[in-house]
Design a binder for this molecule. Structure first.
Ligand code: ADP
Length: 268
């Protein structure tokens, strides 16, 4: 038997969740949290009931990306309460569950050894009162270590698939290939990859240029049978949306950058 922290609770929660999308990038800073937030908001715009589980223990940013900076955890007999993000164009709030709600403030560092992280991943899925969801988007920390292994073990037998996030650079490509190989070795189906920070438009002359040289990331992923789902440009609107606490997909649904997420949302 696996050392489940609260096995019964986890099973009960998972029964209420139709599909789990794990958002992965072996490399940090490529926009995994940004993609997770906009994927979740985009699915909510499609009318689905969506939750976002922030598994990025050392950088739990989903609370901030959905406008809950400083929000605190509440508990009821049903479990830890998520904070529900509401916006124009979505019928059901996006339910956000994050470690950030349990910290003193958002500069509090997490200094945990692996056993603690293992328990936290179980609590994230089992102790939060997710309710009934069509999709639970899980924002993973970078890497293919402890948190990811724990999550995969826990979700064995559930309807779970992965979205990879990468940027066009050679280092990001290498890292996304590692994430891709992890998924293959674990039998985790990959829906595809979002290539973030792909191009930027000059605010003056509107010419598009590539800040990061394209190292052939799509071709490299193609060799693992992973298709490109979307190309997201570098965009001040996207960065501003995250800082202000509203995903660009709901804040500015008609913007170029919001529309760039559409094929990925469609594919999921
Ligand atoms: P990760 O989760 O991979 O560490 P984040 O999603 O937190 O990365 O992104 C890192 C930072 O870069 C954030 O401040 C985010 O707002 C910004 N960012 C991510 N993607 C873009 C983009 N396409 N254009 C502009 N800023 C971006």
């Amino acid at each position: 038997d696996k050392p489940y922290h609260n096995k019964v609770l986890i099973e009960r929660r998972l029964q209420e969740i139709d599909q789990i999308i794990v958002v992965l990038a072996n490399k940090g800073g490529v926009g995994k949290s940004t993609v997770s937030a906009n994927l979740a908001a985009g699915l909510a715009r499609e009318g689905f009931r969506v939750g976002v589980a922030d598994a990025d223990i050392h950088g739990p940013n989903q609370s901030r990306f959905f406008g809950f900076a400083g929000a605190k955890i509440r508990t009821t007999p049903a479990g830890l309460q998520t904070h529900g993000f509401v916006a124009d164009g979505i019928d059901h709030p996006v339910e956000v569950g994050s470690l950030a709600f349990m910290l003193e403030d958002d500069t509090t560092p997490i200094v945990w050894r692996d056993a603690y992280k293992h328990d936290f991943i179980h609590h994230l899925i089992g102790s939060f009162d997710w309710g009934s969801l069509d999709f639970l988007v899980v924002d993973m920390p970078p890497g293919t270590g402890n948190e990811l292994i724990t999550l995969c073990d826990m979700l064995e037998g559930s309807n779970v698939s992965a979205v990879l996030v990468t940027s066009p650079q050679a280092v990001a490509q290498m890292d996304s290939l590692k994430a891709g190989r992890f998924c293959r070795e674990r039998g985790l189906p990959v829906i595809g990859a979002a290539v973030n920070m792909a191009g930027v438009q000059c605010p003056n002359c509107h010419e598009e240029f590539h800040l990061f040289p394209d190292a052939g990331v799509a071709e490299a992923l193609g060799k693992l049978d992973i298709r490109k789902l979307a190309e997201i440009p570098l965009s001040p609107d996207l960065a501003l949306g995250s800082d202000r606490g509203e995903p660009v997909v709901t804040a500015m649904p008609d913007s170029v950058v919001a529309r760039a997420f559409a094929p990925m949302i469609e594919a999921v």
